[in-house]
Design a protein around this ligand. Structure first.
Ligand code: FAQ
Length: 323
């Protein structure tokens, strides 16, 4: 096999002009010149994000048929559909960088693309629908509100709309948790047990600590990221602890303490070995998630074939009317 051709090095004058635009707070659009490395970093990050939205449908989709009443079922169904929409916006945004959605989806199915660690944990109880909405969507909002100011226009614009929808998701989840926490002792216990399982993985969603985050420096320099992983994690902790306390739940962190000088809630150590295992394919549900995605793709082959046949029919019809 011949080696992949290397892109020519970027012209330093163009790089300088590009960085001046970033510094001036301008937005970069698909047809603008950009360094090859900027394009590659965006494809990496945006495609992982899109895959996360799509794989993220699985843990909650698992509970649609078991929702406790019609109102909950409708809300959960709508939420899971929203996540599919988010995946599609972000795949479209990634396509503006010159890579097709098919290529990205193939990378996911081949196990070479990452998606968020959080979706490799199982959903064991109804309370997990509350914990995911409250914590996972809550963490996504903290991260994505900042990405709505990212230097790449299509990504930033997708985030604005996505964040609006994530806000509903978060409230939907928090309401489930609040209802369970105010219910019978067994319901409250279900909510607490779910918080215990989801708390630490939610903190891991923000990525490795800043000292171990190889991509951050470049992404911060090019204003794709506007805040570091640790800063965003801290913001999420500060916002979330009072919300849990307000509904009478406790956090599974014996070292958690409020620092009156900084105003921060300080957490105990995160288990980075667990995080590494999960992002390298060895979390509790990695294999199951990928198998489910591959099966969904295979089972949808007839829909894609029907879409192609329809498009072909439309094309030949418009050609014959034009002739
Ligand atoms: N999981 O150098 P860094 C959602 C990887 S959407 C897996 O710090 P970076 C909505 C990272 O890719 C959730 N891998 O990386 C929803 C890199 O590996 P690579 C998704 C992770 O890019 C709710 C390596 O570790 N959101 O939840 C994770 O600067 C409910 C080194 O890390 C986004 O994707 C992780 N948690 O910062 C849907 C937001 N963390 O690529 C359904 C956009 C790190 O070099 C239901 N992404 N890695 O092989 C980002 O903001 C960033 O990419 C970070 C990582 C912050 C995730």
């Amino acid at each position: 096999m011949s080696p992949t051709p290397k892109s020519p090095p970027d012209d330093p004058a163009l790089v300088q002009a590009f960085e001046a635009r970033i510094k001036a707070g301008e937005t970069i659009e698909p047809k603008d010149w950009m360094p090859e490395r900027y394009r590659k970093q965006l494809i990496r990050m945006m495609s992982q994000h899109a895959h996360s939205e799509i794989v993220g449908m699985l843990p909650e989709g698992n509970w649609i048929t078991r929702a406790p009443n019609l109102r909950r079922k409708m809300a959960l169904l709508a939420k899971v559909q929203d996540e599919a929409g988010h995946g599609l916006y972000i795949y479209c945004g990634t396509e503006t960088l010159g890579v097709s959605r098919d290529t990205l989806v193939d990378q996911l199915h081949a196990g070479v693309a990452k998606y968020s660690s959080i979706f490799n944990y199982p959903t064991l109880s109804w309370a997990d629908m509350g914990a995911i909405g409250w914590l996972v969507d809550g963490a996504a909002i903290v991260n994505q509100t900042v990405l709505a100011k990212a230097s790449y226009g299509p990504y930033a614009r997708a985030m604005v709309r996505i964040c609006k929808e994530e806000n509903f998701h978060k409230r939907q989840g928090y309401e489930i948790m609040a209802t369970l926490a105010a219910g019978t002792p067994a319901q409250k216990e279900m909510a607490q047990e779910s918080l215990n399982r989801w708390w630490w993985p939610s903190l891991m969603m923000f990525g490795p600590s800043d000292v171990n985050s190889p991509n951050s420096a470049e992404l911060l320099k090019w204003r794709v990221k506007r805040k570091s992983n640790d800063d965003l994690r801290q913001r999420f902790v500060n916002l979330t602890i009072p919300q849990g306390q307000a509904i009478g739940l406790t956090f599974p962190d014996p070292d958690l303490k409020h620092n009156p000088d900084t105003g921060d809630w300080e957490s105990g150590p995160i288990d980075w070995d667990e995080f590494m295992a999960v992002i390298h394919g060895n979390g509790p549900c990695n294999r199951e998630r990928l198998e489910a995605r591959r099966a969904a793709h295979d089972n949808g082959a007839w829909v894609r074939a029907a879409g192609d046949a329809y498009a072909e029919k439309q094309r030949s019809r418009s050609q014959s009317t034009a002739a």
